[in-house]
Design a protein around this ligand. Sequence first.
Ligand code: NAD
Length: 353
Amino acid sequence: MDSFDYGSPRMRVRFGPGRRGEVGDVTEGLGIARALVLSTPGHAGLAGEIAGLLGPRTGARFAGARMHTPIEVTEAAMAVVARERVDGLVAVGGGSTIGLAKAIALRTGLPQVAIPTTYAGSEMTDILGETEGGAKTTRRSEAVRPEAVIYDVELTRSLPPGLSATSGLNAIAHAAEALYARDGNPVIALMAEEGVRALAAALPAIVADPGDMAARGGALYGAWLCGLCLGAVSMALHHKLAHVLGGSFDLPHAETHAALLPHAVAYNAPAAPEAMARLARALGGGDAAAALFDLAGRLGAPRALRDIGMPENGLNRAVEAAVANPYWNPRPLEAGALGALLADAWAGRPPRA
Ligand code: NAD
């Protein structure tokens, strides 16, 4: 066995149906007496339920979270933090709402409770992406990782099948890249393989019956493990491409991950045989990249970037951006091969062997 480093963050996780009911207990454990409850406008009703469960521990509510954590939204929420003298944050929603809580925590040091409703995994990470003047920047800081997370499967029941599929594939992408991460380790590899296995088993059942709560539980468990991987080790080509495409062409987050993943995995396959063996095992055998392409197809997830708004004349610019700031990847970045990868992903062709 090679040498490795391992560290685990101080986080508390409560997992299970109905456990949002324990939000008062969780906030009390963190010493929060006046929580700011955060959500998107669409989840204002759910945020109201959480505020009701918090009772007198609710200091204020802010239902203005938006995709990509725009700085102006953070500033509006910061005004509420100051005015209402809140001493903690409770975020209920997907990556957009959890991103807002992280942005506030970075500026204030306030403790956070995250109650995720998608499979994106942001609640487990020390990563914050923020948008200012149309440009998205990402940083890693322990200051943004939530202190506590409540995974309540009942809150994922309303996630539509299409969004469940793409959000689940987004989660699988974290685990896939964790398997070949430069700073990977055997514990994270176990979590990654188990996370992919759980999601690959659950997502087809959810698409067939969105009310299948056993499958919903399996998917949320898998998403937790995949989020742990994202928060523990460095990502590579796939996440870089998804960031470039999302930022430069305003493509939807989870769908972009879904369409790119089989191709990024195929690109890295020759340089990461052990990771591919684990990934293939988790997906039920065969070739890992082909199995991911097949899974996306069975789930009805987008497999072509052209179907989610990517202009064909932007492919060269995307390749240039992807190689502009070199970063570690198991296989060296070659502009020609990346161009072929993106052309395949754009057209929805199967990944290259
Ligand atoms: P999101 O929070 O924007 O949610 C996507 C859509 O799903 C929204 O319209 C939302 O209202 C809806 N939704 C959420 N939960 C629902 C539910 N249970 N039922 C019905 N509808 C529901 O997006 P996301 O995919 O969760 O996260 C994407 C964002 O998070 C991106 O900005 C991405 O960059 C960020 N992200 C950050 C990290 C990190 O570690 N920092 C990790 C993953 C994603």
